[in-house]
Design a protein around this ligand. Sequence first.
Ligand SMILES: [Zn+2]
Ligand SMILES: [Zn+2]
Length: 153
Amino acid sequence: MALLRARGLAVTEQRLAIFAALAASRDHPTAEQLFLAVREKLPNLSLATVYKNLEALRAAGAVSDVNTLHEQGRYEAALPGTGAGRPHHHLVCVSCKKVIDLHDARLDALRVSPQETQGFEVRAVRVQVEGICPACRARAKGPSGSRKPVSRR
Ligand SMILES: [Zn+2]
Ligand SMILES: [Zn+2]
């Protein structure tokens, strides 16, 4: 794929399949989820290969890792000129750990004051909005509308 070559990456069948699966997804999958999806096409694929390729793609800027509350990293393709490549923010459900893209021009305009950045050259400001998604809110209410105590970690 031209995008990968332009970023100086060797294009192998595995790398292409991993990137294509990520580009087709807006779910911010984990490496394991990508592995399971791509293995259907490439049965010889190993999880270690997925990690290695994700790291190479990330280093080349073709893939972003999404930092969330997750124990496991989540990934997304960085595609110039598409919604996926536009800088964006994330809504994260603290209950089910779902990650949803959030586009908000006012958040895009956020600037960190130079006094606070301690010499950092700021490349991007990404906001993670944490909350409870509609599905989890409905579940917490329960079918009868009676609130059950939700256990918190
Ligand atoms: Zn949720
Ligand atoms: Zn995203």
